[in-house]
Design a binder for this molecule. Structure first.
Ligand code: GUN
Length: 287
């Protein structure tokens, strides 16, 4: 049987460490780290994610300040709010929940965030730092994926890793992190030829395609480690909504280890957001 990597338990450890860091900062006379969360419009999934992020901040002692803006808020107003938050020394992290309404240019908005406060790691400066291995803030989901992998892999040198999906949020940044560890990384996507054959050569698969149960048992070689980043909401025959990953996990008994959905990558993403906020606050204190 494949080992199930418990993302919930690992996230709890990261959250406990983050809460301890916050307590230490406050005990030394510093301000509690502050995270501003901007939500434009009322996308139901985004509301759920933002609610979870705020609730976890509270538990860790991070001050979270929520800015809920109407769906028709002009782009200039969002940019003006970011300028104000960039200049506020009590705000250490700024997160703009994606997707943004269509009339807003997401790239322009993300570019406006001070890279030192960009706890999502989406600003081009942080993307550049990641690709050159020169520090910066690392996107939360890839950071969480690496922590999950670190719980079962000691040495990545020469391992064949196949990343499925080339998004800016997961596929590209996780590939950079794995390259830094000297894995041999193959980034695949919707146009990749013979994807099952490519996947079958992998020691590690990171599935981040957003395609429910794309990765079948025969795609995975015995003893491989499989990280499932997919979270797709599907409605079953009884009309119940459930969350489905990118992997047919029930077909992966021959893998070495797999992450479940839910309870794998998801909890790690929020935990890493909080830890990035503390990292940003610590760096601001010594800047
Ligand atoms: N929407 C989906 N995933 C993310 C994420 O990691 N960060 C932000 N800001 N929005 C998202």
């Amino acid at each position: 049987m494949a080992q199930i990597i418990d993302g919930k338990a690992l996230a709890a450890q990261v959250l406990a460490r983050t809460a301890a860091d916050v307590a230490e900062i406050v005990a030394a006379g510093g301000d509690a780290p502050g995270l501003a969360v901007i939500l434009v419009g009322n996308d139901p999934a985004s509301e759920v994610y933002v609610g979870r992020k705020i609730a976890q901040c509270r538990k860790a002692g991070i001050r979270s300040i929520e800015h809920r803006l109407a769906a028709d808020t002009p782009q200039e107003v969002v940019l003006g709010l970011i300028d104000k938050l960039n200049a506020d020394p009590k705000i250490h992290g700024i997160l703009v929940q994606l997707p943004l309404p269509r009339h807003i240019d997401a790239a322009l908005v993300l570019d406006r965030i001070d890279p030192g406060k960009d706890v999502d790691g989406f600003h081009p400066v942080n993307v550049g730092r990641l690709s050159t291995g020169t520090g910066g803030l690392v996107p939360c989901t890839p950071l969480g994926v690496m922590m999950l992998l670190d719980s079962v892999i000691e040495d990545y040198r020469g391992l064949n890793v196949v990343v499925i999906g080339k998004s800016n949020i997961v596929g590209k940044p996780v590939s950079m992190l794995l390259l830094e560890r000297e894995a041999t990384v193959t980034v695949t996507h919707i146009e990749t030829k013979d994807l099952p054959d490519v996947a079958r050569k992998a020691d590690v698969i990171v599935a981040a395609a957003g395609a429910p149960h794309l990765v079948r048992g025969y795609w995975v070689k015995p003893g491989a480690v499989v990280i499932d980043v997919g979270i797709t909401r599907v409605v079953d025959h009884d009309g119940n909504t459930k969350i489905v990953g990118d992997c047919a996990t029930h077909e992966l008994e021959h893998a070495k280890a797999v992450t479940p959905v839910p309870g794998g990558v998801g909890p790690m993403t929020i935990a890493c957001l909080l830890s990035n906020t503390v990292t940003a606050a610590k760096r601001a204190a010594v800047a």
